[in-house]
Design a protein around this ligand. Structure first.
Ligand code: AKG
Length: 377
């Protein structure tokens, strides 16, 4: 994975399509600013054709200094849409056509030939204005491979910067992704973007498989929000990449990930999910006695991700019935209490019995440890 890749964060397009998302102009600006500071290479925003406020917000964010981050919008493949996008001042436009039999029959009613006829003028319009173009076959994984390759090769010849491969209904497995992305990689010269939904729980694994198979650009959203149950979460993709090759994500402001997730969760009025990679409240919490003993001796025993790299802290939980004496001993040491093994074992038994009713707070654990010191004295 030492190849170059870019993150296309589409919280402000795909993410807005999540059932409970409605970003104000201020929200959009705040999210865009955080993404720029984090260092994503691209931000994708909703089509300016969607609504008057969407046009205004795209224009105003496009006018900002965005550093090394490029602003894209995502539009239908027609001249009216891309004309408005160009007027808004974006650096690139992600255009698409549904190519699967489902979408050709039930969405736009065009044949593959008709799609190819319509793409040319739209691509040329954008190229004449030096605007980056990506063309995507929506529902790629339900599009027959010969059709898919035919379309991609045709748009590659037109000179687009990227083709997009989309697992629109979230059916692909990592092996499917490897096969399709690999076939496209062998068929085109341009870059390849991957956009994968999470209906089957494979979004992050599929995004990673796409990179391994030759994709160069990966779509993410903060918290993974998007249509239905969303797409690959930014923090999940970063976790996956960090685990394989920490240097591959060293250029991003990693300690900002938690801020990104918490900011968007607050805007949406939800919690960061307990199972969010890196950023969840419990992502670095250790509980069972077996785990805490080993983690206290060497964190790497049960931690593949270093919390410090992300500005997070490890949390060894003590006040519950699964606790172990090593966790208690460590807490006693932190409090400066000198307690023998025998005393610690007795406290552990007392704590477990009490915690069978309900877990103790850290203050209650501390009180138990301190009272045992007094008794021992
Ligand atoms: C999808 O297919 O789920 C989309 O949101 C479009 C993705 C793309 O334009 O590549």
């Amino acid at each position: 994975m030492t190849r170059h890749f870019a993150i296309v964060d589409t919280t402000l397009r795909e993410g807005e399509q999540w059932a409970n998302a409605h970003f104000s102009s201020e929200d959009r600006l705040a999210i865009a600013n955080l993404l720029v500071q984090f260092g994503v290479e691209y931000i994708e925003m909703t089509s300016p054709c969607a609504s008057p406020q969407s046009t205004a917000d795209l224009r105003s964010i496009a006018a900002l200094p965005l550093g090394n981050t490029k602003l894209l919008t995502h539009t239908r493949c027609n001249l009216d849409d891309v004309r408005l996008a160009a007027e808004c001042g974006v650096a690139g436009v992600n255009i698409l056509f549904g190519t699967s039999p489902y979408l050709r029959q039930w969405s736009h009613g065009r044949s593959i030939e008709a799609i190819l006829e319509e793409v040319g003028p739209v691509v040329r319009f954008l190229q004449e204005r030096n605007i980056e173009v990506r063309f995507s076959c929506e529902d790629s994984f339900r599009t027959p491979l010969p059709d898919l390759l035919r379309v991609y090769q045709a748009v590659d010849l037109l000179g687009v910067q990227r083709v997009g491969i989309a697992d629109t209904v979230g059916i692909a497995t990592p092996r499917d992704v490897e096969r399709v992305v690999g076939a496209v990689r062998n068929a085109v010269r341009c870059d390849i973007e991957f956009h994968g939904h999470n209906d089957g729980g494979c979004a992050i694994a599929n995004a990673y498989a796409a990179l391994e198979a030759g994709a160069t650009h990966i779509d993410t959203t903060i918290l993974g929000i998007g249509e239905r149950n969303g797409i690959a979460a930014l923090s999940g993709l970063i976790a996956r990449l960090y685990l394989s090759e920490p240097e591959s994500v060293a250029g991003y402001a990693l300690p900002m990930l938690a801020q990104l997730d918490h900011t968007v969760a607050a805007i949406l009025g939800i919690q960061v999910p307990f199972n969010a990679c890196i950023t969840s409240e419990t992502a670095f919490a250790h509980k069972a006695g077996l785990h805490t003993k080993a983690v206290l001796a060497n964190p790497s025993t049960y931690e593949a991700i270093d919390p410090k790299a992300f500005g997070r802290e490890r949390n060894v939980l003590i006040g519950h019935r699964l606790t172990g004496r090593h966790a208690l001993q460590s807490r006693a040491n932190t409090l400066g209490l000198d307690l023998s093994d025998t005393t610690i074992i007795a406290i552990a038994a007392q704590l477990k019995a009490a915690a069978d009713d309900q877990p103790l707070t850290l203050d209650e654990v501390d009180a138990l440890l301190r009272s045992s010191t007094l008794q021992a004295a």
